[in-house]
Write a protein of this length. Structure first.
Length: 199
């Protein structure tokens, strides 16, 4: 069993087990399976550039290589900030008591680029926090599912269906002066748009 989310509210500790809420769990999922003329499922394969080898599932792997062609182990990979200085890892917050900040207005959530949503199942729940969440209040705390180079922010909330944790990264807004030209478009962001028909 995974470590729980542990938060403190006015000195009292609450603990939750979490499970990720995914689109396919809510709406189901479809999968297209190509079949041959006999109705048997086809498997995907690719040819090497020279056409000599047929590559099927399980025959390839991913790796990191330096400019000399030497494979770099995952544990050797680090991160740098925009100035090139190495970043230190931010530890996982699971199982560690985190202080709640709030109650916050719902508009605070609008400044968060949400990356994950979790359903929470209370293991132990402070009555004051439960009452606050049922009243519609929002609470914020630092959250990291696993050790990473970037700290994320979690918002604890509830409704008639249960308790939820919305996790993401705060959005940094760039304001323009009146009559200023618009900022240049980011080509990389346009390339990362998901096409759900491809899935």
């Amino acid at each position: 069993m995974a470590k729980p989310v542990v938060v403190t509210h006015l000195g009292a500790t609450s603990s939750f087990q979490l499970s990720k809420l995914e689109r396919r769990k809510l709406y189901g999922a479809r999968r297209r399976i190509p079949v041959d003329s006999a109705g048997q499922p086809c498997t995907r394969a690719a040819l090497t550039d020279d056409g000599a080898v047929l590559i099927t599932a399980g025959m390839t792997a991913q790796g990191w290589f330096d400019p000399d062609g030497r494979q770099v182990e995952t544990r050797e990979i680090g991160a740098q900030d925009s100035d090139g200085a190495p970043l230190s890892q931010v530890a996982s917050t699971l199982g560690e008591p985190m202080d709640l900040e709030g109650p916050l207005p719902a508009t605070e959530l609008l400044d968060l680029a949400v990356t994950s949503v979790y359903c929470l199942e209370p293991e132990s729940m402070d009555d004051g926090l439960a009452a606050s969440l049922q009243a519609g209040h929002l609470w914020r705390f630092p959250f990291n599912y696993r050790a990473d180079f970037r700290s994320e922010t979690g918002f604890l909330t509830a409704n008639e269906h249960g308790y939820f944790l919305l996790v993401g990264v705060p959005i940094e807004l760039r304001f323009l002066a009146p009559n200023a030209p618009p900022p240049p478009e980011d080509d990389e962001a346009a390339d990362e748009d998901l096409d759900f028909e491809m899935l």
